[in-house]
Design a protein. Structure first.
Length: 690
């Protein structure tokens, strides 16, 4: 029996499954590791990213679906699947991909590291007697003191296994009684490096192998009959009843403590583990067979990021020295740094990171605002930033210099909750007015406002962006930001802050699209306008999941609108289907930098309107988050953004085309056609401007 189609939705068969679409994105990441055009250590890096992406997918998405299944939730996805059906689909899609992931390392990259780069990630069996002796001394001096073997028997219950930690299940035999027993030894990768470098400077041995081959020191008088590596992944999705929490910060701190004990959603076991040992782990950890993944080769390839620290520029992408935006470069008058306020007053400024330096633009604005005696106040939203970042230091300095500083901190930024709590407290201790947003909504908008006295008037300078105020990720994520002092946009930003920090019930804004109040209806209106004129839409985002927006795009396609979508990750829309989406094309750009910017272009009968902001076309962004999208009014900047979109649509190196079956096809240059790689071309452009 099929569920009735909801108003504003397309039938289930017109949607791609969200979870499988995400898996296809991670498959594109894996293809970067397989691509011989990438330098060797960069390929290793993509293997690590694939692993960490997959860990988070299990901790959150799979965990949520399992919880739905266990609690009997019967709601169907837009594509018509139950939680049980989704879990089967996920496993079916993942198993060959996980096998390919490990095959890529064991059969391709591990041998190439030795053959082409002289880096030997060695198994214990490959070591010389001298090298084994070296590791034995390392075990005695560095490892033995921190290891804690835990017996498992009637007097010693099965120990707690922390999520994502590596453990050895050790089988020991008593030579006197001939009895077998289990013991668990945790691999201490949290305090020691996963890879032990040997004295020759080129050989590295996984920490678990050093432990496994020196276990006798931990079980004196017993026989070591086997040691098998395993790893568990736990449910890490926080469940916070905000409407019942008197203190949101305390509630989240409590939930973070619970996260450690979330139910197991995945058990990984090494391929050499006997079936009876797997069954024992399965029973103790209370997992079903479909939750078990057998790993051929080294486990947790996320730790391969370790090798990006090596001083081997010959094995990496050429270093990217991020230039300062041309309008913010020092002048003969200001030889150290440009006056950011003067630059913004002259004309709106559009930033594109990491092709424009974050430090000499957004951060420079904050630092100048902190020190400028004419600045009265600073307001900012913070979703993710590093606790020791210059962003936090600039806010603290501003308070110390007597300015009013208000920061809206999103404590519920997934996997950054603990970090956000730490620096939120640090800001409060310094005297910053810190608020934690609105119950039931995540504050995902990227806005900054500076109020400055200029003569007899107050002028507001604002930054509206697509990315977090994080100097570290600004070097590897592509994001856009508008710096402006336009009174209308600045007034709207002030209204958003009043909504976030006070009791404002603002429902309308002069120019900004703000969710959950106006963005959905305004996006629909913009699409409807293109339908009326049989126009054109280009949209770039991280994910396209919202079923109502997808149904509206199908309607636009049937009405004659030409639509190009650049969607890095999940896309539940089926492009190129006759009679449904003939005029819709979807590509994904995956490469050196993480595509994170959002751009929305509407042709508007030859008078284009272009928007940038923090929101994807996902239900959570439109209905359950506070997001801000701004129009770009400057004609030159609109033209720059259209040029950026056209550049991506013409990519034949990093682009993947999505078909109506949910399969992605990599683009390659046609015979005689020059290679067009988005990231490389944008770096070349930035160098020319520099």
């Amino acid at each position: 029996m099929t569920a009735p189609v909801q108003a504003g939705f397309a039938p289930p068969e017109d949607y791609l499954n969200r979870e499988v679409s995400w898996i296809r994105f991670n498959e594109r990441v894996l293809q970067e590791a397989l691509d011989e055009r990438n330098p060797l250590l960069e390929r290793l890096k993509f293997l690590a990213i694939f692993e960490t992406n997959l860990d988070e997918f299990f901790m959150v998405r799979v965990a949520v679906i399992r919880r739905q299944m266990v609690t009997g939730v019967s709601a169907l996805t837009p594509d018509g699947l139950t939680p049980t059906q989704q879990l089967h689909l996920i496993r079916e899609a993942l198993q060959p991909l996980v096998a390919e992931h490990h095959r890529c390392f064991e059969a391709i990259l591990r041998p190439q590291l030795l053959q082409k780069a002289g880096i030997h990630l060695a198994a214990y069996s490959e070591l010389s007697p001298e090298q084994r002796q070296e590791l034995h001394l390392y075990f005695q001096e560095q490892l033995y003191p921190v290891l804690t073997p835990l017996a498992i028997d009637p007097g010693h219950p099965f120990p707690y296994i922390s999520g994502l930690s590596l453990s050895l299940m050790v089988i020991v035999g008593d030579p006197e009684t001939q009895e077998k027993s289990f013991a668990r030894v945790k691999v201490p990768t949290g305090v020691l490096s996963r890879f032990v470098p040997l004295a020759d400077g080129t050989t590295y041995v996984p920490l678990e192998e050093v432990i496994a081959h020196n276990l006798q020191a931990l079980f004196v008088g017993m026989e070591i009959q086997g040691a098998y590596l395993f790893r568990v992944t736990r449910d890490a999705d926080l469940e916070i009843q905000e409407d019942e929490a008197d203190d949101l910060l305390a509630a989240i701190e409590q939930e973070l403590r619970k996260r450690r004990f979330g139910s197991v959603v995945r058990l990984e076991v090494s391929a050499d583990t006997p079936e009876w040992v797997v069954e024992f782990l399965q029973e103790q950890l209370e997992v079903e067979t479909q939750q078990i993944y057998v790993i051929e080769g080294m486990m947790n390839l996320g730790d391969l990021m370790y090798f990006m620290r090596l001083d081997r520029p010959d094995l990496k992408d050429p270093p990217w020295v991020i230039p300062t935006h041309p309008r913010l470069r020092p002048t003969q008058v200001n030889t150290e740094v440009a006056d950011v306020f003067a630059v913004i007053r002259e004309k709106d400024l559009l930033l594109h990171h990491p092709y424009d330096s974050f430090n000499t633009s957004v951060l420079a604005l904050m630092q100048q605002a902190a020190r400028d005696p004419h600045v009265l106040s600073i307001k900012q939203t913070l979703y993710r930033t590093s606790g020791d970042s210059e962003v936090v230091q600039a806010l603290i300095e501003a308070v110390e210099r007597g300015k009013q500083v208000a920061v809206v901190v999103e404590l519920k930024a997934r996997f950054d909750e603990e970090n956000n709590i730490w620096w939120a407290k640090k800001l409060e201790e310094a005297g910053v007015h810190v608020t934690y947003g609105i119950p039931g909504l995540k504050i995902h908008s990227k806005i900054l406002a500076v109020v400055r006295r200029e003569g007899n008037q107050l002028r507001r300078y604002v930054h509206i962006g697509t990315g977090n105020y994080n100097p570290k990720t600004a070097k590897i994520y592509t994001d856009l930001g508008l710096l402006t002092c336009h009174p209308v946009l600045a007034g709207d930003v002030s209204d958003v802050f009043n909504y976030l920090t006070g009791y404002s019930r603002q429902k309308r804004f002069q120019a900004l699209l703000v969710s959950p109040m106006t963005m959905r209806s305004q996006m629909n209106a913009l699409i409807d306008r293109e339908i009326q004129s049989q126009g054109r839409i280009i949209a770039k985002m991280n994910s396209l999941v919202d079923p109502q927006i997808i149904a509206k795009l199908y309607e636009a396609s049937r009405a004659g609108v030409e639509i190009d979508l650049i969607v890095r990750g999940m896309c539940c829309l089926k492009p190129g289907v006759k009679g449904l989406s003939d005029r819709i094309r979807v590509i994904s750009i995956v490469g050196r930098f993480l595509e994170h910017s959002r751009i929305f272009y509407f042709e508007n009968q030859g008078q284009p309107e272009v928007y940038i902001g923090s929101a994807d076309w996902m239900t959570r962004n439109l209905d359950r988050r506070v997001e801000v999208v701004t129009p770009i009014w400057d004609g030159d900047l609109r033209q720059d953004l259209k040029g950026l979109l056209d550049l991506m649509l013409a990519d034949n190196r990093q682009a993947w085309e999505l078909d109506g079956q949910g399969i992605y096809h990599r683009r390659y240059p046609k015979p005689g056609e020059p290679e067009r790689a988005t990231h490389e071309l944008l770096m070349q452009q930035a160098r020319r401007h520099a």
